[in-house]
Design a protein around this ligand. Structure first.
Ligand code: SF4
Length: 376
């Protein structure tokens, strides 16, 4: 029997006893049960084997959901869901060939390339997002990287600073970064940098050929070294096998430090992209990804991201139960449709969810601790 010792605080012992008594008769039969119990008692690990993660992923889905929920409740306030807003500040015309992306200049999707948005327009969007309850504002630019974009990069540093001064967490996704740029973003007050791995190392060349998996990992390392939180996840529904989904989670869960944020996206197939005819994933596939991510990376914010628009409120409720604790709100997710604002407000009310307040680390949090989360 593992000792009851945890990073998760004083609630653990009684909850563990309850968990042990309620699952004793079948915990041995489910990898989700065994590994969730281990995660709760030992805390996050970085030495996962691919087979271990595969066994969790392959557990009976209701068992995976139940044990994802157990880990979630030990590591997080289960009622809190962070609302993030993702704005495309520079749309289209990207030189990369990501086969799911309507912003690639290689595909005829009818999307018009635009220049970097002005400061006024970005700030207006950030204020609107804050008023609507978002505590994280993410800015996306359709670039391979930021090298040679000195003027635009300087503008983005200003945007980061001003939005951070509004009391919001700020995230950017601008393509590949160099070490120096990561340091500058950190100085400007960036909370997190998003750079998804998308899929497994093995399947990756089927999705994108213009940058390598290792280049993506390099960017994540520069972000981590600069002291910026890492946001990295992937997309399901690209035509990959379940083994590739496991491979993606394995890479993330064996990084020296787990990403603070793991977006789980379901492909939104866009006409004109090479993946336009891929079938939509069903909610049980999302639940498997979310529950597994929650068990293997217990402290991460697991973000129910693109593709949420296709899920009903009960389906989203199951995703939250399995361990998701963040959504993107607002009309669009970069260029694809997103859930209706009023429907999200109603969902929070019906499910008893509360918006998660922003978090800036121990010192910065004190500055903002008087700000109350808006109850819906
Ligand atoms: S996902 Fe990003 S890097 Fe890839 S084509 Fe789209 S905008 Fe460019």
């Amino acid at each position: 029997m593992l000792s009851v010792r945890s990073i998760f605080g004083p609630r653990l012992r009684s909850s563990m006893l309850l968990l042990q008594s309620s699952t004793a008769s079948y915990s041995a039969s489910s990898a989700a049960a065994i590994q969730a119990e281990r995660t709760i008692s030992e805390g996050p690990r970085n030495d996962w084997t691919r087979d271990e993660i595969k066994s969790i992923y392959d557990s009976p889905v209701l068992d995976l959901l139940f044990h994802g929920a157990q880990v979630h409740r030990h590591a997080h306030n289960f009622r809190e869901v962070q609302q993030c807003t993702l704005l495309s500040i520079k749309t289209g015309g990207c030189s990369e060939d990501c086969s799911y992306c309507p912003q690639s200049s290689r595909y005829d999707t009818g999307l018009k390339a635009q220049k970097l948005m002005t400061k006024e327009a970005v700030m207006q969007a950030a204020r609107k997002a804050k008023e609507a309850g978002s505590t994280r504002f993410c800015m996306g630019a359709a670039w391979r990287d930021t090298i040679g974009r000195k003027t635009n990069f300087t503008h983005i540093l200003e945007y980061v600073k001003e939005i951070r001064d509004m009391g919001m967490e700020v995230c950017c996704t601008l393509g590949m970064l160099e070490e120096k740029q990561a340091v500058e973003l950190k100085k400007a007050g960036l909370t997190a940098y998003n750079h998804n791995l998308d899929t497994s190392r093995e399947y990756y060349p089927n999705v994108i050929t213009t940058r390598t998996y290792d280049e993506r990992l390099d960017t994540l390392q520069f972000v981590r070294d600069a002291g910026i939180n890492v946001c990295s996840g992937g997309i399901i529904g690209l035509g990959e096998a379940e083994e590739d989904r496991v491979g993606l989670l394995h890479t993330l869960a064996t990084l020296p430090t787990h990403p603070e944020s793991v977006p789980i996206n379901a492909l939104v197939a866009v006409k004109g992209t090479p993946l336009q005819d891929e079938k939509p994933v069903d909610v049980w596939e999302m639940i498997r990804m979310i529950g597994t991510a929650r068990i293997v990376m217990p402290k991460a914010m697991v973000r129910l991201s693109a593709g949420r628009v296709r899920f009903s409120m009960p389906e989203q409720a199951l995703c939250f139960l399995a361990g998701a604790n963040s959504i993107f709100t607002g009309e669009k997710l970069l260029t694809t449709p997103n859930n209706d604002f009023d429907a999200d407000q109603l969902m929070f009310k019906v499910l008893g969810l509360v918006p998660k307040a922003p978090s800036f680390g121990e010192n910065a949090e004190k500055v903002y601790e008087t700000e109350e989360a808006v109850s819906i």
